[in-house]
Structure formats: structure tokens, C-alpha cells
Design a protein around this ligand. Structure first.
Ligand code: ATP
Length: 519
């Protein structure tokens, strides 16, 4: 079965595919009142890409964190190579050849790409340290190039887009040459081109006998890559099957959601007669001609391009995340030049940045505090915030956004990744008066929750806010937006009005610079 899906490779060393490399046997894990894993038994085999699916909070990352040495099981055993192990730290897991790419980026923003790639695996100095330094730099570059990420390894990580940071994070794990690699939502912030490179690397590793575990909400990725699929629900493993060419995305969706997935609906036509709230000047078309764009109240506009295409620069300038003289904005008829996101928010432009761990959450604050930060003025009178009002509003909003939580007063870091993202989304939406700027809003969010978040975004637009969306998920961009601007090498390639799925191929060709119409 698996041989049919693979690319031709050189001679493969003899690997015992039947023997699991890593197994969980009857593992349970509890956090306070939450049973994150309930008697889970699962095997990960060499030479296999094993996709683990399930809704937000189902327990997928907890499996990864137990294998990665972050958590110890409360019950049951973790086995590596057939023998029980008790990891106390990530280092113990690494020493057994197991590597992890977590959902939250863990890079040191002020260190260079090269320093980040070596972090945690530096060898002591010595007479050959210079030579080794050169070798390591070369090795790091080669891994990045294999991921299609050709960047200067001496620049600080904070200067990279979140998509590039994600690739650096993956490169860091690959440099450990692991026998088992777990990737938790690796494609959440990657576009089609970056994804293609990553998948090629993953297939190569699988064909060399490594074990790959992919935690994902992207069913199309599963169809493209998986040899085996396991489905988690409420902490239990509820289904596990081998892939074969007869299994398509609909089949997997059916098994994942039990046939309860609401149908995705495209956004209705734009409110042509509403007032223009945002004007963007300073854009250039590919031919060099200037482009000025007006966005009306109620309109959802999408920006689409590969990592580094220029779309992020526009988003960051509009949200105040970075000063960029290239663009000029008018907001509700007045010049708008935000110094920072707080300044933008004060003018009614709310921003949800990509990369929640580094850019969005306050890890030491509770779920309630994280949510209510933007609502304090609405919840209080004369500078005093009513605790009852705050709790009632928190409870209402968490349920409206489908957040799965045990106690709103516990730290937000106790929520699963997707549930943290829903809280940040709710916070950003609450403070949008004129414009909501969304960057990768549904990264890490499960399929059903994503559809309902799309409805929340449409509702907000209907109420008169204009939404500017940057998402690497092309389907999402098309389904949600009234119009889409494609970007290539810092210029606007094309504008699509009322885009449909039929525009997909042309949009991808635009952003890869292959579309002559865009020149
Ligand atoms: N450190 C923690 N403290 C408290 N609760 C936790 C902690 N880690 C996980 N949980 C809880 O365990 C459950 C499973 O979380 P987990 O992160 O494994 O889910 P997931 O399937 O990976 O979700 P997502 O798709 O959103 O990433 C969730 O209810 C979560 O809130």
C-alpha cells in the first residue's frame, strides 16, 4: 500500500516496519479536572507518516509532549524500541533520537538563525571548533535550502516572517537527525509553495525509514501525505486506519467529525453601497503602475502571497506592528499612520497577529484576563470594572467562540493551542470599530471551529467593520473574502472580485510569478 504512494528512492536499508519505534500503552494524563488522555494506546512505526487528527483539545499535543519528555504519563507506559522509558526532560527524549516541532514557536528572537539552529546542540570548543563552525553553517544552510528557505543565516530571527520562523523551527529539529519526528501543525502558517517543499523533505525522511508523526487539522495534507491516520476525541483514540488511494478528503472528514461537519458557505456579495472606510495608497502593480485601493464597510479583503511577498509588510504597516513609509492609509476620511498596534487600536483598527505564543497571549494571565484586556472600557464605569460584568461577558464570549475550558481563572497556557487561538480571535474582534486586521486567524483551529469562526468574521463585517485578511490557507481566503489581492515580489499581481474555487490555479500561478497575465 505504502509503496504505491512513494516516490522512487535509492536502496532502502532493511527496516523492520512491523516493529513500532515508539508506543504509548494505556496512557492517561490528567490536568486538574481535565482528562487530557484516557487510556490511549498507539504505535508509531518506522518508514511511516502517521497523521493524528481530532478537534481542538482532543489530546493530540499531549501525546507529542509525552513522547517529547515534557510530561510524564499518570498511567500507562511509553516505549521506545520495544522497551519502557521514563523521560524526565526534553533532553532524555532527544538522546533517544526523538524530535519535536511544537505548535508554539520556541526560537530566541534576538539570536541569529544560525545560533537558533544550534541552540541546545552546541558542542564544546576545541582545536577544530572553527572548522566545525563552518561545517555547521553549511549543514544549516543545506537543510534550510531543502525546505525552500534560502535566507541569510546571520540575521536575527525576529526579522523573519512567521512562516519563515516556522521553517527554521522545522530545520532545527531536522538537524538533530531524529529517528522519530513529531510535527504539531507544521503547515498552519505555510502557503502552497512552502508546504510543497516541506512535504518533499518529509517523504524523503519516511523513505529513509524515519517515523513521522503529523498533528494536523488540514485534511488535504493528510490525503497527500499519510500512510496511517489516527483520530482522537475527548482524550481517547477513537479510530486508526491505513490510508489507501480509495480514501479521499470527504471520507476522512466523515470519520473525523462523524458526519456532523457543517457545510462551508462562501461569503455573500459585498455591500456595494456602504461607505469607504479604508484607503490604501502606495501599492504598485507588477508593471510599476501605482495602485490605490478603497475598502468599504462590510467588506472582507484578502491578501495572498508566498512568505516574503510583501503582503505581510502591508499588514504590519496597517496594524502599526511595523513602520513602513511605502504605504499610506486613510481611515474614515482621515490620514492614518499608526505608531504601534495600541495606537492603531485607539483609532479603531484591531489586529490579530500570527504566532500566538510570541505575539498574542499573556502567558502569566488567566483566560478571563487575556480575553477582557480589550473590553475593560466597555465593562466598567468611571474607571471601575465590574467583576460580575467581566465574568458574565467572559462566559458568554467563550461559549460564543466555542472555547473548551475548565476554569476561566486558570492561566491561558492550560488551554489547547486551538482554544488559545479562539480567545485571541474573540479579543481582537471585540475591539474592532472600523477595521479588523487578521493574520493567520485560524492557525491550529479544527475544521468545525474554523467554519464557525468564519461566520463570526462575516457577522462582524455585516455590522459595518471592514476586515483585512492575510492567511496562507487559500481555501479560507477564497471562501471568506469579497475580493483577493495577490502579491508577487512586493507588487500586486491581480485583484479578484468575488473569487471562487475556480480561481485557485490562477491565484497560485500569480504568487509563484508564473502568470503572464500578472506581468
Ligand atoms: N499544561 C496544561 N494545563 C492544563 N490543562 C492542559 C494542559 N495541557 C493540556 N491541557 C488540557 O488538555 C486537553 C488536551 O489538550 P491538547 O493540547 O493535547 O489538545 P489538542 O488536541 O492538541 O488541541 P489543539 O488542536 O487545540 O492543539 C485540553 O483540554 C487542554 O486544555
Amino acid at each position: 500500500m505504502q509503496g504505491e504512494q512513494r516516490e522512487a528512492a535509492g536502496p532502502v536499508p532493511a527496516i523492520d516496519h512491523a516493529q513500532a519505534l515508539v508506543s504509548l500503552k494505556g496512557v492517561s494524563k490528567r490536568f486538574g479536572a481535565t482528562l487530557a488522555l484516557n487510556q490511549v494506546s498507539i504505535d508509531f512505526h518506522p518508514g511511516e507518516i502517521h497523521c493524528v487528527l481530532g478537534e481542538n483539545g482532543a489530546g493530540k499535543s499531549t501525546i507529542g509532549k509525552i513522547i517529547g519528555g515534557l510530561y510524564a504519563p499518570d498511567e500507562g507506559t511509553l516505549e521506545v524500541g520495544g522497551g519502557g522509558v521514563a523521560f524526565k526532560t526534553i533532553k532524555d527524549s532527544r538522546a533517544r533520537g526523538l524530535a519535536m516541532v511544537f505548535q508554539e514557536l520556541s526560537l530566541a528572537p534576538d539570536l541569529s538563525v544560525r545560533a537558533n539552529l544550534r541552540l541546545g546542540s552546541q558542542k564544546a570548543g576545541g582545536p577544530f571548533s572553527l572548522l566545525r563552525h563552518a561545517e555547521e553553517t553549511e549543514e544549516a544552510r543545506a537543510v534550510l535550502v531543502s525546505l525552500g528557505c534560502e535566507l541569510d543565516v546571520e540575521i536575527p530571527v525576529r526579522e523573519l516572517s512567521v512562516g519563515s520562523q516556522q521553517l527554521v523551527e522545522i530545520a532545527k529539529a531536522l538537524l538533530q537527525a531524529p529517528t522519530l519526528l513529531i510535527l504539531d501543525e507544521p503547515t498552519a502558517m505555510l502557503g502552497a509553495a512552502e508546504k510543497g517543499n516541506l512535504f518533499k523533505v518529509l517523504r524523503g525522511l519516511r523513505d529513509a525509514g524515519k517515523s513521522l508523526v503529523l498533528v494536523t487539522h488540514h485534511v488535504d495534507d493528510v490525503v497527500e501525505l499519510a500512510d496511517r491516520v489516527s483520530i482522537m476525541r475527548n482524550g481517547s483514540l477513537v479510530d486508526s486506519f491505513l490510508m489507501h488511494p480509495g480514501l479521499d478528503a470527504n471520507h476522512i472528514l466523515e470519520r473525523l467529525t462523524g458526519g456532523k461537519l457543517p457545510k462551508a458557505t462562501p461569503t455573500d456579495g459585498r455591500q456595494e453601497h456602504s461607505e469607504e472606510v479604508l484607503r490604501i495608497d502606495g501599492l504598485r502593480r507588477r508593471c510599476g503602475a501605482p495602485e490605490s485601493i478603497g475598502v468599504r464597510r462590510g467588506e472582507i479583503i484578502g491578501l495572498y502571497g508566498v512568505v516574503g511577498s510583501g503582503a505581510e509588510r502591508l499588514i504590519h504597516a496597517l496594524s502599526g506592528a511595523a513602520r513602513c513609509r511605502e504605504f499610506q492609509f486613510e481611515l474614515a476620511g482621515r490620514r492614518f499612520d499608526p505608531r504601534d498596534p495600541a495606537d492603531a487600536a485607539a483609532c479603531g483598527v484591531s489586529y490579530l497577529p500570527a504566532g500566538r505564543a510570541s505575539n498574542g497571549i499573556f502567558p502569566s494571565l488567566s483566560i478571563r484576563e487575556n480575553l477582557c484586556l480589550s473590553m475593560l472600557d466597555r465593562l466598567g464605569r468611571y474607571g471601575f470594572v465590574s467583576s460580575n460584568a467581566e465574568r458574565a461577558e467572559t462566559s458568554r464570549t467563550l461559549s460564543h467562540f466555542g472555547v473548551k475550558y475548565a476554569d476561566m481563572d486558570l492561566p491561558i497556557t492550560g488551554l489547547s493551542g486551538g482554544n488559545q487561538q479562539k480567545v485571541l480571535m474573540a479579543r481582537a474582534m471585540a475591539r474592532a470599530r472600523h477595521v479588523l486586521v487578521l493574520e493567520e486567524p485560524t492557525a491550529g483551529i479544527d475544521i468545525s471551529a474554523k467554519l464557525s469562526l468564519h461566520d463570526r468574521i462575516r457577522d462582524l463585517a455585516q455590522s459595518g467593520v471592514c476586515v483585512v485578511l492575510l492567511s496562507s490557507d487559500l481555501m479560507e481566503t477564497i471562501q471568506l473574502c469579497h475580493s483577493v489581492l495577490t502579491f508577487y515580489e512586493g507588487r500586486v499581481a491581480q485583484r479578484y472580485e468575488n473569487p471562487t474555487l475556480g480561481d485557485q490555479a490562477e491565484i497560485v500561478a500569480d504568487v509563484l510569478g508564473q502568470n503572464s497575465a500578472a506581468h
